[in-house]
Unconditional design. Structure first.
Length: 202
């Protein structure tokens, strides 16, 4: 069990790490920082939280056929009617529980990204990528250290290179060159630039 009582998977350590990063980023947001701008254009910290939670529910729904997010993840309201933790934790639990039931050798599992199915390993990587990058969005927007450690960024970069191109312009911005996105080095910086984010965003 995690410190919040959410079951961690054992089959998918990458997802566990990404969920831990997202949980820590949300926990590190001060009460007065929920309206701060983020690297997600035109979205504040609250909206990124709502989007990230909605995406996790989207993956869970694709896998189980259960209910998806109540709010459109691509048009988050920015208005919380419950605590941030109450928004996040059920979404993380739903995604973790859904992936825990997936055979790691499965060649086709349903995902909410084109082409609609992926191998289990790639699909769970996509789910982890979503959580980890939005953890970074919230962390850097609120003055927290980056959660994208080399150990987390390295496998996520491999995932990104396999899934991002078909959804450029929909789920991801155009990739940035080092000249455009800043000279920061390492797997995290490379991942962020590939996803259209500047590693030096401030």
């Amino acid at each position: 069990m995690s410190e919040h009582g959410t079951n961690n998977t054992t089959t998918w350590p990458l997802l566990d790490s990404a969920h831990a990063a997202l949980r820590a980023a949300v926990r590190g947001v001060s009460d007065g920082d929920w309206d701060r701008p983020t690297p997600c254009a035109e979205w504040n910290v609250t909206q990124v939280l709502q989007h990230a939670a909605g995406d996790q529910l989207g993956y869970a729904s694709s896998l189980t056929g259960g209910p998806g997010p109540a709010e459109n993840p691509f048009a988050p309201s920015g208005k919380l009617t419950d605590s941030p933790r109450a928004v996040l934790e059920p979404a993380l639990a739903a995604a973790a529980d859904a992936w825990a039931k997936v055979d790691a050798t499965a060649q086709e599992v349903r995902v909410p990204l084109p082409p609609g199915t992926m191998t289990a390993a790639l699909g769970v990587g996509a789910c982890a990528l979503d959580a980890a990058v939005h953890a970074w969005d919230m962390a850097v927007a609120t003055g927290q250290p980056s959660p994208l450690t080399p150990e987390l960024a390295r496998p996520l970069l491999e995932v990104a290179r396999q899934i991002v191109e078909p959804v450029r312009g929909f789920a991801f911005a155009p990739a940035l060159t080092e000249e455009e996105g800043g000279p920061a080095k390492g797997e995290a910086a490379e991942l962020l630039r590939y996803l259209g984010r500047s590693p030096d965003w401030a």
